[in-house]
Design a protein around this ligand. Structure first.
Ligand SMILES: [Zn+2]
Length: 627
C-alpha cells in the first residue's frame, strides 16, 4: 500500500516531471547493470538544447493567442489550433521534466532550482495562454462539433476528449455564476490547509522510553516501523497509545475541520447541480456511483478471510489478547537481501507470461539509464515512474535490497510498460492514462511476481514471508481502503442529510467499521476509533482512496482468470490485458476495463480478491504447521 500511495503522489504531478546524470559519476555498486543512474541526456544533451525548446514554447504560446475569438468560424481554424496546442503541450512537458528530474536527484542544486523557477513562471503563462480555449470550444454547439469530427479525419484523435468536455458542460454554470463561484475558490481550501498545519507543522510527538531503556522520539515515519519490529507487546502498546493520544487530545478540532471539508464539498456539489458529493467526485472519470457502493458492500459482506487471518495471527503470536498494535509484526525472521541485478532477473522471469514484446520493452527499460537505482544525498525518497513523451519513462528508486523493494521494482516497471504501450499505440491526445487504470498495470506485475516466488520458494520460512506479504497487500489495499471508503460515504451522507457530525459520531463510525472488519480475534482499543483523524486523503482528496481497492480488484480478477484458465483462456486474458495497456486514456476507465474483461459494475472483481485472500490465508495456515 505504501508503494501505491507514493505512486499516486507522482501521478498527480506527472504532467510536470524528469532527471540528471552528472551526479551519477560515482561507481556503481553492481557490475552487471552498466548504468544504475538516470541518463538525462536522452531528453536534452545540454542546457542549450533545453533553452532552444523553451524559446519554441514561448513562440507557440504567442501563436496560440492569435486564434482567440476565431474557433467557431470554421473547422480548418479549429484543427490548426488543436494541432498547435498539442505541439505546445508536448514541448512544454519535455522542457518541464528536464530540470524537474534533476531536482529529484539533487534538491540542493542551485542551477536547477533557478531553471525550475523559470519553468514555473512559464507554467503560469502557459495556463493563461490556453485558458480561453475550453470555454471557447464549448461555445461551439455540440451538433456542429459532431459534424466537424465526422467530416474531418484530423479531429479523430481529439474526439474522445472533445465530446467528454461537452458531457461535463452540464455542470458548468453561467458566466456570472462562475465568476461568483471563483471568489470562493480560495476560502474553500481553508479547512484543508488548517488540517495540513495541524497534522504536519504543529504536531508534537513525544519521546518515549522502551522497556530496553532506549529512548525514541515518535514520528509519522517511524511509527509503522516500530510496530513492525518491537517484539514486546508492552512496547508496542506504548508506541500506539503515545502516538494516538496526540490525535485523541485534538479530536474535536480534527472533527470540526473534517465537518468543514464535507460541508464545503456538499455546497460545491449542490451549486453545480450534482445530487451529492459522491456524484460530483466520480463524474470526472464517469464512474457510476454503483461501483463505489458495490465495492463497500462487497468488502463489508466478505470479511471472513480477514477474520481468519486475525485468528491465525493470535495463535501464532500466542497472545491472550490481540490488539491493533500487534498486527504489524512478521511471522518469521526470514530476511533475505536482493541485489538490484538479481531483482531485475526475478521480475523478468515473472512477467514472461506477458509475451516477448513485453519482455523486450522490459529489457530496454532495465538495460541502464532509465532507472535511478540507489540512494544519494539530497535525492527524493520513495519510488515512482514518470513518462517523458517522445523519450521514454524514467523510474526513481531508493534500493534497500529488501523483498519489498523487489515488489516496488515490479510495480514501477508495470507503470513504465503501460506508458510504452500507450505511447506506441495512441495519438498524443489520448496517450496518458488515469490512476484508475494505472494501478491495474502496476499491481498485475506484483501478482505475477508473487505467484512466481511462492511457487519457487523452497523453505517454509520463505513461503510464509511471501504469503504474509500477499495477505497484507490485500488487507491494506482492498479491505482497509474499502473500510475508509465506507467511512467517507457514511460521513458525507450525514452532512448531506443535515445530521450532526462530531468527534463522537466519527469515532463511532470508524470504531464500528474496524470491529466489523477485524472480527472477534482483535480486542477493540478505544484509540483505534480516532484513526479518521490521521488519514490525509480524507482531508485533501475526499472520495479518492476507493480507487486503490477498485484497481487492485480489477488486476486480481485478471490475474485469477489467467492463473486458473485453460491455455486458451490464458492467452485471451493476456491479449485483452495488453489491449488495456495500449489504450492509454482513449475511453472512460470503467469501459476500458470492461473491454479487458473486468466488469466493475458487477461484484465479480471484488469477489476475486476475497477468494484470493481466502486462498492465501489457507496456504499460510498449512505452512505455519510445518514450522
Ligand atoms: Zn503505482
Amino acid at each position: 500500500m505504501r508503494i501505491i500511495f507514493l505512486c499516486m503522489i507522482v501521478f498527480m504531478q506527472s504532467h510536470i516531471v524528469f532527471a540528471d546524470n552528472d551526479i551519477s559519476g560515482k561507481e556503481s555498486p553492481e557490475k552487471n547493470v552498466t548504468n544504475t543512474s538516470w541518463n538525462l541526456s536522452d531528453i536534452y544533451a545540454n542546457w542549450d538544447q533545453w533553452n532552444a525548446d523553451l524559446t519554441e514554447v514561448k513562440q507557440l504560446m504567442e501563436d496560440i493567442k492569435t486564434y482567440q475569438g476565431r474557433l467557431n468560424t470554421n473547422p480548418k481554424v479549429f484543427i490548426e489550433l488543436m494541432q498547435k496546442e498539442e505541439q505546445l503541450s508536448k514541448k512544454f512537458g519535455r522542457v518541464f521534466r528536464y530540470p524537474y528530474f534533476m531536482r529529484q536527484l539533487n534538491s540542493l542544486d542551485q542551477e536547477t532550482s533557478a531553471k525550475m523557477q523559470e519553468i514555473r513562471a512559464m507554467y503560469a503563462e502557459y495556463a493563461t495562454a490556453t485558458s480561453w480555449i475550453s470555454p471557447e470550444i464549448l461555445d461551439i454547439p455540440r451538433g456542429t462539433m459532431e459534424k466537424w469530427i465526422e467530416t474531418h479525419a484530423e479531429l479523430e484523435p481529439y474526439a474522445f476528449n472533445l465530446m467528454n468536455s461537452y458531457r461535463l458542460q452540464e455542470h458548468v454554470l453561467t458566466a456570472d455564476k462562475e465568476k461568483l463561484m471563483s471568489h470562493f475558490s480560495r476560502p474553500m481550501g481553508t479547512a484543508s490547509s488548517v488540517y495540513d498545519e495541524l497534522y504536519v507543522s504543529d504536531i508534537q510527538f513525544p519521546e518515549i522510553t522502551l522497556s530496553t531503556g532506549k529512548k525514541v522520539k515518535l514520528s509519522h515515519a517511524n511509527y509503522t516501523k516500530l510496530l513492525e519490529t518491537l517484539s514486546s507487546q508492552e512496547d508496542r502498546k506504548l508506541v500506539f497509545e503515545s502516538y494516538y493520544k496526540i490525535y485523541k487530545d485534538h479530536e474535536n478540532t480534527y472533527a470540526a475541520i473534517y465537518k468543514g471539508i464535507c460541508e464545503k464539498d456538499n455546497a460545491y456539489a449542490k451549486a453545480r447541480g450534482y445530487k451529492g458529493t459522491l456524484e460530483a467526485k466520480l463524474e470526472g472519470n464517469n464512474i457510476p456511483t454503483a461501483v463505489y457502493e458495490s465495492l463497500i458492500k462487497t468488502a463489508y459482506d466478505n470479511v471472513g478471510p480477514l477474520h481468519k487471518y486475525m485468528e491465525l495471527r493470535k495463535q501464532v503470536m500466542e497472545l491472550d489478547e490481540l490488539h491493533t498494535y500487534d498486527l504489524s509484526t512478521k511471522f518469521t525472521d526470514y530476511n533475505r537481501e536482493y541485489d538490484f541485478t538479481e531483482a531485475v532477473g526475478m521480475v523478468k522471469e515473472a512477467v514472461k507470461p506477458l509475451g516477448e514484446d513485453y519482455l523486450a520493452y522490459l529489457n530496454e527499460a532495465t538495460k541502464g539509464g532509465w532507472i535511478d537505482v540507489y540512494e544519494k544525498p539530497n535525492k527524493t525518497s520513495g519510488a515512482f515512474s514518470a513518462n517523458v513523451y517522445g523519450v521514454h519513462p524514467y523510474i526513481l528508486l531508493n534500493w534497500n535490497k529488501s523483498l519489498n523493494h523487489v515488489f516496488t521494482l515490479a510495480h514501477e516497471l508495470g507503470h513504465s510498460m503501460h506508458s510504452i504501450y500507450s505511447n506506441n499505440n495512441q495519438p498524443y491526445a489520448t496517450h496518458s492514462y488515469t490512476i484508475f487504470v494505472a494501478e491495474v498495470a502496476s499491481t498485475f506485475n506484483e501478482h505475477l511476481l508473487l505467484d512466481n516466488l511462492i511457487e519457487q520458494a523452497e523453505k517454509p520460512e520463505e513461503r510464509i514471508a511471501l504469503l504474509q506479504q500477499a495477505i497484507e497487500n490485500i488487507w491494506g489495499t482492498f479491505y482497509i481502503q474499502s473500510l475508509y471508503a465506507d467511512y467517507e460515504y457514511q460521513v458525507h451522507k450525514r452532512v448531506e442529510n443535515g445530521q450532526p457530525v462530531t468527534a463522537g459520531v466519527l469515532n463511532k463510525i470508524m470504531g464500528d467499521l474496524y470491529n466489523h472488519y477485524y472480527g472477534e480475534a482483535v480486542t477493540p482499543d478505544e484509540l483505534t476509533s480516532v484513526k479518521w483523524s490521521r488519514v490525509p486523503h480524507f482531508y485533501g482528496m475526499p472520495y479518492y482512496v476507493y480507487q486503490y481497492a477498485t484497481s487492485f480488484s480489477a488486476s486480481s480478477e485478471l490475474f485469477s482468470r489467467y492463473k486458473n484458465g485453460s491455455k486458451k483462456e490464458q492467452q485471451t486474458t493476456i491479449e485483452k490485458y495488453k489491449t488495456l495497456l495500449k489504450s492509454g486514456g482513449n475511453d472512460f476507465p470503467v469501459n476500458q476495463l470492461k473491454k479487458a474483461g473486468v466488469d466493475l459494475t458487477s461484484t465479480k472483481p471484488f469477489e476475486a480478491v476475497v477468494a484470493q485472500m481466502d486462498y492465501y490465508v489457507n496456504e499460510l495456515e498449512k505452512e505455519l504447521k510445518k514450522l
